[in-house]
Design a binder for this molecule. Structure first.
Ligand SMILES: N[C@@H](CCC(=O)N[C@@H](CS)C(=O)NCC(=O)O)C(=O)O
Length: 220
């Protein structure tokens, strides 16, 4: 298929699921168009059904095909544009990378609910409950494990940048927003992720957005 893919995303400041496939595409220099639908607006409610069968962002339109759900889009991008380079080449590393990506996709409910992504905000003295604290500990354990076992070839979770890094990128932004102290051994990974030109671009775009989601801004 030769047509340029179109990624439907939400607000860059708030839409954590949109960031994941966007980062994968942009980091790899894949030419794509984006269409932003502002979350929680009448426009979103009116238009989302035209783009996404599950009425959520992200969704990818490529030729006549629609792919929805962040992880499915990442897999499609990996197969269609990256010849498999979205995942580690080593089979064992790839299996673990898929495991931690899947764990992110299906888990961490407390963290996702109580610490919604709000990339440009900084919250002082955020009070974590025990459920959030336990999930933060699990995130750090995952990052450590990946870095120690598979990270020798570069600064990312599996050495080179992979879909696993993209899946956890919004978690890094949440930790910055809500003041979660990054364990020193993980600082190089966090710094490498934040320094990616694609990540910087997303953050710049998010900071420039004027729309405000009141409920998310009210989290304290
Ligand atoms: N499991 C989905 C979650 C997608 C999702 O929840 N997207 C949010 C924005 S980050 C959304 O579209 N919310 C709109 C709504 O619920 O009306 C994925 O991985 O893509």
């Amino acid at each position: 298929m030769s047509t340029r893919p179109l990624l439907i995303i939400g607000n860059k400041n708030y839409s954590s699921w949109s960031l994941r496939p966007w980062l994968l595409l942009r980091h790899h220099g894949i030419a794509f168009d984006e269409h932003r639908l502002l979350l929680d607006t009448p426009e979103f409610a009116r238009e989302i059904g035209d783009w996404s069968p599950n009425r959520s962002v992200p969704a990818l339109r490529h030729g006549g095909l629609t792919v929805w759900d962040s992880i499915a889009i990442c897999e499609y991008v990996n197969e269609t544009f990256l010849d498999g380079a979205g995942w580690p080449r080593d089979a064992a590393a790839r299996a673990v990378a898929r495991s931690v990506a899947a764990e992110m996709h299906s888990g961490f409910r407390a963290l996702r609910t109580r610490m919604p992504m709000n990339a440009r905000r900084r919250v002082a003295d955020f009070a974590y409950g025990d459920d959030v604290r336990a999930e933060i500990a699990r995130v750090f354990a995952i990052w450590h494990d990946c870095r120690v076992r598979f990270g020798a070839g570069g600064p990312f979770l599996f050495g080179g940048f992979s879909i696993a890094d993209a899946m956890y990128a919004p978690v890094v932004l949440r930790f910055l927003t809500y003041g979660v102290a990054i364990e020193p051994a993980l600082r190089p990974w966090v710094d490498a992720l934040l320094a990616l030109p694609a990540m910087q671009e997303w953050l710049r775009d998010g900071a420039a957005e004027s729309e405000v989601l009141a409920a998310t801004e009210a989290v304290a």
